[in-house]
Design a protein around this ligand. Sequence first.
Ligand code: NAD
Length: 304
Amino acid sequence: MRIGFIGLGMMGHHMVAHLQEAGHELVVHDVRRAAGEEALSRGARWAETPADAARQSQLVMTSLPGPRDVEQVALGENGIIVGAGPGTFYVDLSTSSPTLIRRIHQVFGARGVRVADAPVSGGVVGAEEASLQIMVGCDADVFEQITPALRPIGDKIAYIGLVGAGEVAKLVHNQIALVVQQAVAEALTLGTKAGIQPEKLLEAIRGGAYGRSGGGVGPNLEKTALQGDWDQPRFALALARKDLGLANDLAGELSVPMPLAALAEQTLVECLNRGWGGKDMVAAWALQEDRAQVQVRVKLPATT
Ligand code: NAD
């Protein structure tokens, strides 16, 4: 299939590589020309604008930071809408607004362009290993037709429902992750400041009724937060705030009270004000450690 791909960032550049390995012909575009170099060296073509990428493609994918970028790339001047012909597909892989993708679906639909939202989960490692969970929202017949373009980038492809449903599922997923992260950070700063070794706390929690489920205290905790490993972003804190903001916006639209998610968003806003938007989302731990005036660190077992 001829695929246009826009947004070759931390996630997108791996996805493009896998699509090329699977034999698809790629036309790529990014505001940073350098982001496309690797793909071009493997035979992709460069497009000067999203419209140009769409003109050359049967299916266009975007992996962009958030709704503002998606709106501009899809509907803006020289956007996908200008170049996409009837019978083509547009698949947004970004974590973005369900309300926006439904609006795009309306506008594109009037031109015969079929739309799907297909946000992903699994992090940069999942993108690199092509083991992403993909949460798809679109008409059922569209799902059938776009699946060959999704299979190379994720091994768990779930049809969630009509357009926008994928984004809702993704926002709910990230809401849980971000609220639980702050609950665990609070609890472990309390336990550590009360004089208990973090290793002992983890042993107690993981053996206990709640910890046995792994929720929030899975094995990555020692490798990231409890090493203070947040300077290099795997998933940028600014993007995490965007996701929680979108979940809270949706809750506002639907009159769902979400006091915990609102508080968690405020914490992320405070992190952004400290200039941490480009750090990993785990940097929210640093704020809790600063508030509590204690650091929670563990030694990793020596590897042989
Ligand atoms: P990123 O910032 O690394 O990549 C975004 C890319 O889009 C960049 O290369 C940027 O130059 C490009 N871009 C921005 N605006 C553009 C525009 N107007 N036109 C063309 N290109 C533009 O972000 P990422 O971490 O790769 O995340 C991409 C999406 O995937 C986000 O919606 C994010 O929430 C989601 N996501 C990220 C992760 C993760 O772990 N990083 C995991 C799951 C989902």
